[in-house]
Design a protein around this ligand. Structure first.
Ligand SMILES: C[S@@+](CC[C@H](N)C(=O)[O-])C[C@H]1O[C@@H](n2cnc3c(N)ncnc32)[C@H](O)[C@@H]1O
Length: 231
């Protein structure tokens, strides 16, 4: 069961996930007359705030990330990377940036636990694989292509999770990645949001790749990879 009380869904977003949001308001996309995709995205801060009010810990931010942070997060990924895993895409700020950079939509697997966001992603990225599951359950899920990813980006609020949960998520993600693949994550804190003891247990190294003040709040990006290939 998800934190929203629905059953986990695997593969392309299933009707299980679509039915999870019974009792929630329909997404604003559906209710509005805005047809231009860019105009629809103008409503994303409002959507995000609503979800944060409903579930502050799970949503972990009051607003979607900005374009500067998105550019930093996806800098090491392009059309040659192959399949890409995204954890916690929310309204899809990083996802849009990946597609704009040349990553094929069909090469994307998006893991989003919130059913409102999962349905929005399904509308926006119909060729991507959307998994409406807890990222820690990724090892049991069916994913795009071979299921072994060339890179991953993580938008989860790891700082609001305990170390065991962070370890379970990182373990599940790296188990589905190529040996030399990197995972990029951002944090609003001063240190990498994956604790040192978790990095050590998983044989990972973290490298800070940059920071941006042009985000609310300002954020840093870290690149995680297996120790032998880190750096
Ligand atoms: C801080 S928001 C970031 C959203 C987006 N990446 C961005 O930067 O605008 C975290 C997202 O992770 C999702 N999330 C939180 N915990 C999750 C989990 N255990 N598994 C999958 N998604 C999760 C939330 O629903 C939310 O969409």
């Amino acid at each position: 069961m998800t934190r929203h009380g629905g059953h986990l869904a695997q593969g392309r977003l299933s009707s299980d996930v679509l039915s999870l949001d019974r009792g929630y308001p329909r997404t604003v996309d559906t209710a509005s007359n805005l047809h231009d995709p860019a105009s629809r995205r103008l409503l994303d801060p409002f959507r995000f705030l609503l979800e944060w009010v409903r579930d502050p810990v799970g949503t972990a931010a009051v607003a979607p990330s900005g374009k500067a942070l998105a550019a930093l997060m996806i800098r090491g990924i392009d059309e040659t990377t192959g399949t890409v895993l995204e954890l916690g895409p929310g309204t899809g700020v990083f996802t849009h940036a990946l597609v704009a950079r040349g990553v094929a939509e069909s090469d994307l697997t998006l893991v989003e636990q919130n059913p409102i966001f999962a349905r929005l992603l399904q509308q926006r990225f119909p060729r991507a694989t959307i998994l409406g599951i807890d990222a820690a359950d990724l090892s049991h899920a069916q994913t795009a292509g071979t299921g072994i990813f060339g890179a991953a980006i993580c938008g989860l609020g790891l700082r609001s999770m305990d170390a065991m949960q962070v370890e379970a998520i990182m373990r599940a993600a790296f188990a589905r990645m190529k040996p030399d693949a990197a995972l990029y994550l951002f944090t609003y804190g001063w240190r990498c949001s994956v604790p040192d003891e978790v990095l050590t247990r998983l044989g990972l190294a973290a490298e800070r790749v940059g920071a941006t003040l042009r985000n609310v709040p300002p954020a840093s990006v870290y690149r995680l990879a297996a120790c032998a290939v880190a750096g």
